[in-house]
Design a protein around this ligand. Structure first.
Ligand SMILES: NC(=O)c1ccc[n+]([C@@H]2O[C@H](COP(=O)([O-])OP(=O)(O)OC[C@H]3O[C@@H](n4cnc5c(N)ncnc54)[C@H](O)[C@@H]3O)[C@@H](O)[C@H]2O)c1
Length: 264
């Protein structure tokens, strides 16, 4: 798809990758870029930069997601591209003695933001998109959804679930002319990455959010399901599926090395 002349919504658009997406869509000639974020002040600042509109919203709340969709369409017209990009880090602990040890609260929060927010967007937009003959979902996930991030069980697990939902969305609605892309970078230089210590996610170099946004525009143009700003990820996926046990062994070695470094 081309975003020129289209109405686009970006959740988590107030900062980082989402902000760069908003800027790139505006430069590419989107008719209206809607910035939906919990961070209302930065959402308004980004919206002002891209001649767009801002909504304060918590994507973990279905009523907030449906409100953004309804109001955007009422004010600006049909949403051609909905980007579920909001995400949270947290819970990174390579020293953890139990992968299931964290309390329910951070697990549920990750589940709500990384998975249910994508479900809510589909729940409220699919009927509208079907009625008008198509649409596009871009879901920002992570290489952690394909490969796991050492030391982050809740992040990795919910990002894997997000890949599962996106696959289902793409399969179920291909015939409805609804397309889906998943954005799965490794390290991107944003507040989220800066909030955790350097780790394997930066092993192939951190990209700027602007570079990632460029890759997204190219991926949307080609309508590919997988958008991998770090091309190395495809090679890692191949290695994982070729020999799952060897891959688990390699990841366990990385975890052991991290424990050693963090324990110093
Ligand atoms: N930075 C990385 O290295 C990296 C790598 C792979 C994937 N990702 C993913 O990219 C996406 C964007 O992350 P980022 O790196 O730009 O982080 P960021 O912290 O810079 O931006 C995240 C944005 O999401 C918003 N947000 C968080 N929870 C929200 C909620 N419940 N409702 C609405 N908005 C909410 C925040 O306010 C913020 O504006 C996330 O899904 C993240 O998991 C990031």
């Amino acid at each position: 798809m081309q975003v020129t002349g289209k109405v686009v919504v970006v959740t988590g658009g107030a900062n980082g990758i989402g902000k760069a997406l908003c800027e790139a869509f505006h430069k590419a000639g989107a008719a209206k870029v809607v910035v939906a974020d919990m961070d209302a002040a930065n959402a308004r600042a980004v919206a002002a930069m891209v001649d767009g509109a801002a909504f304060k919203c918590d994507v973990a709340q279905e009523k907030d997601v449906s409100h953004v969709i309804e109001e955007t369409e009422r004010q600006f017209g049909p949403i051609a591209l909905f980007c579920s990009n909001a995400g949270i880090g947290g819970g990174f602990d390579p020293m953890s003695v139990n992968a299931g040890g964290a309390s329910d609260e951070p697990w549920q929060r990750s589940w709500a933001i990384h998975v249910m927010a994508h479900v809510y967007a589909a729940r409220h937009l699919i009927p509208r998109m079907k009625a008008r003959g198509g649409g596009y979902f871009l879901n920002t996930i992570s290489a952690a959804g394909l490969l796991s991030q050492v030391g982050s069980p809740a992040y990795s697990t919910t990002k894997h679930a997000a890949v599962g939902f996106a696959e289902n969305l793409a399969i179920s609605h291909k015939a409805d002319n609804i397309r889906v892309s998943i954005l799965c970078p490794q390290g991107v230089d944003t507040n989220m990455l800066r909030s955790i210590p350097k780790g394997p996610q930066s092993g192939d170099g951190d990209l700027t959010p602007e570079q990632v946004a460029k890759d997204v525009l190219a991926g949307l143009e080609q309508e590919t399901f997988l958008i991998l700003p770090h091309p190395q990820v495809l090679g890692y996926m191949r290695k994982k599926t070729e020999n799952y046990d060897r891959w688990i062994g390699g990841m366990a070695k990385i975890q052991a090395k991290m424990r050693e470094e963090f324990g110093k």
